[in-house]
Write a protein that binds this ligand. Structure first.
Ligand code: ATR
Length: 281
């Protein structure tokens, strides 16, 4: 994107509500670090206003170069943009928009964010073959995309509502298998990765004991919830001696490709940025 003192690049994050988003903190940090005059601002957009917002992005009247999309617009925005890339179409949701030759383009960087977080927090970790994912919602779809892209041969999706897990198998194909919660203990045997994408344990109810020690000795246990950094599931796995990866890095890494699209320079996920977000929790 062209960037000049007289006409600084502007980017947004849209959602409803939008007050909770930490994206302005992340992009504001990178803008200051790079010494760029651009801006990144939260914009409250109700579902009924989304088509008008995207039209104004397309015709240039909004003044934005692009931005992020969060709940509840990630799925609906796909029908409004001019072009969604294969990643966004496979996941069925977009979180990053930008303008190119008068067209609004969309991608989904959550899959990249998940993968990059694993690589950075568990460097040297050899991608395994079998993963177990708890949850079958929007976040789960992005992670399934990431795991299939990394070459996992089997991804077991375990969900409270088994029919939702089965719908994912239809969307992503034969390397996925759908299961009810009761099957979790058996599925963990010999598995290389466990990912929690649910709010299990975050509602004040205790998490039922899960035996992670039956996993492959090199296995990783990760959670996409990052407040608190050590979720009840991560705490349980760590107590059992497993290597754990928290979810904050996924948030930070998914933000980097968008920043590069709008402001023209690839930012880094640094320990300072992590500390800044943790201080804001
Ligand atoms: P997201 O986009 O964050 O994935 P979502 O689409 O609402 O959010 O999906 C939430 C996921 O967490 C679902 O898999 C949900 O299970 P159901 O499909 O059965 O609703 C799961 N989930 C939420 N609370 C849970 C709990 N207390 N125990 C088990 N699973 C839970």
């Amino acid at each position: 994107m062209a960037e000049s003192e007289s006409n600084p690049t502007r980017a947004f994050v849209i959602g409803h509500p939008i007050g909770h988003s930490r994206s302005p903190l992340i992009h504001g940090y990178w803008l200051r670090l790079a010494g760029l005059p651009g801006s990144y601002q939260p914009v409250e957009v109700a579902p009924a206003e989304l088509p008008v917002f995207i039209r104004a992005l397309k015709d240039g009247s909004s003044g934005f170069a692009g931005g992020n999309v969060t709940i509840p617009h990630k799925e609906a925005v796909l029908d409004l943009v001019d072009e969604a890339d294969p990643v966004a179409r496979e996941i069925g949701a977009a979180n990053t928009l930008w303008c190119e030759n008068g067209r609004v383009m969309a991608t989904n960087t959550d899959s990249h964010g998940f993968s990059a977080n694993l690589d950075h927090q568990a460097s040297g970790w050899d991608t395994g073959r079998t993963a177990v994912i708890l949850g079958a919602g929007g976040a789960s779809r992005a992670i399934i995309h990431a795991l299939l892209s990394r070459g996992f041969s089997t991804v077991h999706v375990v969900n409270r509502t088994e029919t939702r897990a089965r719908a994912l198998v239809e969307a992503f194909g034969p390397r996925l298998q759908a299961h009810a919660m009761a099957e979790l203990p058996v599925l963990l045997r010999g598995a290389d990765l466990f990912v929690n994408t649910t709010s299990l344990g975050m509602d004040g109810n205790a998490v039922p004991e899960i035996d992670f020690t039956v996993m492959n000795p090199q296995a990783l246990v990760t959670d996409i919830v990052y407040v608190p950094l050590e979720t009840p599931i991560l705490a349980m796995a760590r107590r059992q001696g497993l290597k754990t990866v928290d979810g904050l890095g996924m948030l930070l890494h998914q933000a980097a490709p968008g920043f590069e699209k709008w402001f023209g320079t690839r930012p880094e996920v640094t320990p300072d940025l992590r500390r800044l977000i943790i201080a804001d929790m």
